[in-house]
Design a protein around this ligand. Structure first.
Ligand SMILES: CSC[C@H]1O[C@@H](n2cnc3c(O)ncnc32)[C@H](O)[C@@H]1O
Ligand SMILES: [Zn+2]
Length: 428
């Protein structure tokens, strides 16, 4: 269905950071026109859905540049411990119990939360990733998906699953990347193999990189160089590369990330919650590194709310550097939209511009926490929450509007999640 959004406040996130007041005409999934007082033909008046936008902000849909959607079922399963204890003693053992069906419903749960908080695309790394892909197809959200890769007896099985994911699910709305988990769970040979395969498949890679001090110290002990240099030497930076975290990176590492056009994903809440500290995002941006924002999983955040993540992302860096003017609201919003799209080599979304995909979040401006509004971008980054989201639109399809999801049976999903929770409480 084509849509005409009338009289909205339009945050474009374009190069000029334009904020307009006017109409957005969406035709066949694309932004056909942005102008004042768009008139519909008689035929269009009968077929186009009109949304009165005088009390709405239209902005590019948010892009969660790093998460593990299938892990949403482990929200609050393991908290208040450091990364390695969390991962090796709690999460990995629990994940052994997760079935394909559980990952499917867990993915639906994560997607439901993301749609309700204005997210239109997410970048993901997990296992049974075909189940996440199935949930993405069913719900209409967009995703860059990867099957997490590690070095063990199932290394080749995971690589084959990645290729199957690539052949079976690649589409306009789904891109498939290779997903080496990290340099501490992947051998150097596997990293090299993944770099070659990514080139062969003409796709990208995503990896957890320099997330913890442990990771970096162990890397120096094993290889005598940093995780960033290991990835560079293995060839991972010779294709599109999305590096999640980049917390413990030094100036030489940052120079390499910039020179090799590696995109970093800043996951402030996860980095703080797991006690890993904070990424030197301000320094990376100054050095020309493209930085996006991610929530990581609901098991290390514990939500998938990109509105909150933007707020924390900005305040943390301001506080750490004691520079209140860095990572300003407009910059943060671009990190959570167009920067993320570019990180994945996607250039037709992330900006509200004619010809771009109609991936749009509509936020209410008359809620108390959004009043008054001297600066709509500030209100989005520093004041908004998911209750302000009126609608989430992907490729011109309304997936969520006025409290209702159109592609997910919420009551059935809650029943399934409660049943899985009951099983896991007994068996893990
Ligand atoms: C092999 S699939 C992906 C794998 O990554 C795990 N994971 C989730 N969050 C993090 C994190 O912050 N650092 C490292 N690994 C993480 C997840 O549990 C899966 O096992
Ligand atoms: Zn992660």
């Amino acid at each position: 269905m084509d849509i005409l959004i009338k009289n909205a406040t339009i945050i474009t996130c374009n190069a000029q950071n334009e904020v307009l007041k006017g109409d957005i005409f969406i035709k066949s999934g694309k932004i056909a026109r942005i102008a004042e007082n768009i008139e519909l033909s008689i035929y269009e008046q009968a077929t186009v859905k009109v949304i009165e936008g005088k009390d709405l902000i239209a902005m590019p849909g948010l892009i969660n540049a790093h998460t593990h959607c299938g892990q949403t079922i482990l929200r609050s399963f393991a908290d208040d411990m450091p990364l390695y204890e969390w991962l090796f003693e709690k999460i990995f053992p629990a994940e052994e119990k997760l079935t394909k069906e559980m990952i499917y419903f867990s993915s639906l749960l994560g997607i439901a939360e993301m749609l309700k908080s204005g997210t239109t695309m997410f970048f993901d790394m997990y296992f049974h990733e075909d189940m996440t892909a199935k949930a993405v197809q069913q719900t209409g959200i967009k995703a860059v998906l990867s099957r997490g890769l590690q070095t063990d007896e199932k290394e080749d099985v995971r690589l084959d699953e990645t290729k199957e994911l690539f052949y079976n699910y690649s589409s306009d709305r789904i891109k498939v990347f290779f997903g080496p988990h990290s340099i501490y769970t992947c051998s150097y040979n596997l990293l090299e193999k993944v770099a070659q395969l990514a080139q062969e498949f003409k796709t990208g890679v995503m990896i957890h990189l320099s997330e913890s001090e442990n990771e970096v110290n162990e890397c120096y002990e094993k290889y005598n160089i940093s995780p960033v240099k290991i990835c560079s030497q293995a060839g991972l930076f010779d294709t599109i590369c999305i590096a999640a975290h980049c917390v413990y990176v030094d100036d030489e590492d940052i120079e390499i990330l910039s020179e090799k056009n590696v995109s970093c994903v800043y996951n402030p809440t996860s980095n703080l919650k797991l006690g890993n500290g904070f990424a030197p995002v301000h320094n990376m941006i100054k050095s020309g590194v493209n930085v996006a924002i991610g929530t990581d999983s609901a098991a290390s955040n514990n939500n998938l709310n990109m509105l909150e993540e933007m707020h924390i992302a900005s305040l943390l860096e301001k506080g750490i550097y004691r520079l209140p003017d860095i990572l300003n609201a407009q910059q943060i919003l671009k990190m959570a939209t167009t920067n993320a799209a570019m990180a994945a080599g996607i250039y037709n979304t992330g900006i509200l511009q004619e010809g771009f995909c109609a991936d749009i979040a509509l936020l209410k401006t008359k809620d108390f926490n959004m009043l008054p509004c001297y600066n709509p971008v500030s209100n989005i980054v520093y004041s908004s929450n998911p209750s302000n989201v009126y609608a989430t639109i992907v490729d011109g399809q309304i997936l969520y509007m006025d409290g209702k999801l159109f592609t997910i049976d919420e009551e059935a999903l809650v029943r399934e999640i409660k049943s899985i929770e009951k099983f896991l409480k007994k068996s893990v």
